[in-house]
Design a protein around this ligand. Sequence first.
Ligand code: SAM
Length: 346
Amino acid sequence: MNIADKFINQQDLTKEEFVELILLAEADEAVRRRITEEAVRLRKKYYGLDVYTRGLIEFTNYCKNNCYYCGIRRGSRNVERYRLTKEEILECCERGYGLGFRTFVLQGGEDPYFTDERMAEIVRGIRAGYPDCAITLSIGERSYESYRLLKEAGADRYLLRHEAADEELYASLHPKEMEAARRRQCLYDLKELGYQAGAGFMVGPPGQKLPDLAEDLVFLKELGPQMIGIGPFIPHHDTRYAGEPAGSVERTVLLLSIIRILLPAALIPATTALGTLDKSGREKGLAAGANVVMPNLSPLKNRRQYELYDNKICTGEEAAEYRAELAAAVEKIGYRLADGRGDAWG
Ligand code: SAM
């Protein structure tokens, strides 16, 4: 029995075994195919052919953090900063609802303007106007009490990529004041509070080695999040990593399949970063086991300003307005866009 069979049988491995699995899969196409087939089988077992959509509202690009890889980090001097008003956010929801979206994801930098009171008011506004929709927040690290208040206001889900489970890699990608352990604790807090929680990481940021990825997989299994977002690292011209190579599409796609097998009932998006690096990245992600897409629902005038990395796509089929085209593209590869909130299985 090789390491791929062992993984498929027990849906878990040690860190050393995950390294072995990735090495073998990258060297052997038959092994890769076997992993993809198992990922697709499990994806269909839990979610059938359904692909869930989320309307992504990027409501502020102010950020107090300085993650070295990110185009909207605090130190990025050439970013034209913006924040949406509550009314503008509600307009996005109205537009999104009309287009068929039943989950709204509010994502932003860690913007101190959005205090607990302001955020709770926005969440309450969406909850009151759209009782049949799920509200997902992705606004970084906050206190347990803050997460509790926002849950009480009506938020259902929270996306917070752990970024890197390996402490050394995390420390090399972030300034001293940011701590891997604190970020991981936030994810445990979110789970305890009853959020559907989402973790994840970039594939191929500077310095990432196979044992780092293996550690990410071990951490994901231990945490057991309902959502997992991974995408390739893409350099931004105004960061210290401007000249670094982007992460690999192939490795990202392989990891999507591995993560589907590791946590078969998870909601896993085919991310914008994957679609940015490869014209058919989104389709490749869905065919590898992903089951969520997150079209951009931000106001058109601000889309280009939320530039996490170079050439980030936000128009064409990536835009919420092109839902019909997205539905056709998804059908072409044998899946279908689902109606409804698209909650995690179970
Ligand atoms: N501030 C919130 C947070 O920290 O979770 C949400 C916004 S943050 C910009 C969203 C995600 O973008 C991060 O978790 C990170 O993985 C991803 N990201 C940032 N810069 C990136 C880059 N250069 N390439 C690919 N992904 C990037």
